[in-house]
Design a protein around this ligand. Structure first.
Ligand code: SF4
Length: 347
């Protein structure tokens, strides 16, 4: 296992030859295990209610924003909008409010989503194994859960109140998800929040622990960078583009077979360049506001963070083809209802 000081040395080494060598190795491994394919997904924010206070997030419970959650009637409109772009993998997100978006609400959203998408992932509040089992049985096949930072002291400074302030409960969540039988787990840290090398080391260690305890699960990693939120300037990230690319390459060389995600927090130039260097999955056509696709009027929207790449799914697909990559819209399906939608028989 790589050490913290080795990670630091790699990230701090500005010798172009060393960077080039790292990129070359990462590119080779990515092509060896994933070929020239990039999976695409679109996020759908179901709710921005949150009972936690995380200093860096626009949805935090102290922020005076327009709060809303999609109703049973609004969900199909939003989902149909996304499905019509050709996307087949959906990531459903909420703020972390056990009261506003309880398990029953999430199951209802998944049941509706099954009519439009063959693959459904969630990024919502952490739960118990039995609850994850219910979600699995409803049709969820992936869960995203980020520790954000592994430095306990710093964690408690930025996660001031609410359930998210419980470091250990969050840390043990991936194990509960795996116990429930969910096939895909995405882990991550929020770049710019904690000290980089120790956080990367801890993320890699948690991934290794999970891989050895639950080898049947498919894992991916994400490295979102802090972004400005409406009305606050403090949330800026000191991780440069060059360091960000090194993180992707280093991760690939350490874990040749895991997926690496890239969201629209990053701009189009960086995203296009990162493709060949280790990325396997990208979001496209994203909107980070609740009801942002079809439901809400624009001036009422309060996004979780500002998007840097606002290209449509069609534009991202075209860019990938231009670069001689295959955009993968689905590589997994569990439910027949989706096929009924595809054949114009919505039920
Ligand atoms: S990061 Fe998550 S838990 Fe924290 S305030 Fe934002 S939505 Fe709520």
């Amino acid at each position: 296992m790589i050490t913290i000081s080795q990670i630091k040395n790699i990230l701090d080494n500005n010798d172009p030859k060393a960077t080039e060598e790292l990129a070359r190795k990462s590119k080779k491994l990515t092509e060896q295990y994933f070929g020239r394919t990039i999976s695409l997904y679109t996020p759908l924010y179901l709710s921005n209610y949150c009972s936690s206070y995380c200093t860096y997030c626009g949805f935090n419970s102290h922020n005076q924003i327009h709060r809303m959650k999609l109703t049973e009637e609004q969900m199909p409109k939003e989902m149909e909008h996304i499905a019509n772009t050709g996307i087949e993998n959906i990531l459903l997100l909420t703020g972390e409010s056990y009261k506003a978006t309880p398990l029953s609400y999430l199951k209802q959203a998944v049941t509706i989503a099954k009519q439009y998408f063959p693959s459904i992932s969630l990024e919502v509040h952490p739960m118990e194994t039995t609850e994850y089992k219910e979600l699995y049985l409803s049709g969820v096949d992936g869960i995203t859960i980020y520790q954000e930072t592994y430095n306990k002291e710093h964690y408690s400074k930025v996660h001031i109140s609410g359930k998210k302030s419980d470091y250990n409960y969050r840390y043990n969540t991936p194990g509960r998800i795996a116990e429930a039988g969910i096939r895909h787990i995405s882990l991550g840290i929020l770049l710019g929040l904690g000290e980089l090398a120790p956080d990367l080391f801890s993320l890699y260690s948690q991934l290794k622990e999970m891989e050895s305890k639950y080898p049947g699960v498919e894992y991916s990693l994400s490295f979102p960078r802090l972004r400005k939120i409406k009305g606050h300037d403090f949330a800026t990230c000191d991780v440069t583009d060059a360091t960000f690319i090194k993180i992707i390459c280093l991760t690939r060389t350490l874990f040749p077979r895991i997926g690496i995600n890239l969201s629209t927090r990053e701009n189009s130039r960086l995203r296009d360049n990162a493709i060949s260097l280790g990325i396997t999955r990208m979001s496209a056509g994203s909107n980070t506001s609740v009801g942002g696709y079809e439901t809400e009027v624009l001036d009422k929207q309060d996004p979780q963070f500002d998007i840097e790449d606002s290209r449509s799914v069609k534009e991202v697909v075209a860019m990938l083809k231009e670069k001689n990559y295959d955009p993968v819209l689905t590589d997994w399906r569990r439910d027949r209802k989706y096929l009924l939608y595809k054949h114009g028989e919505k039920n």
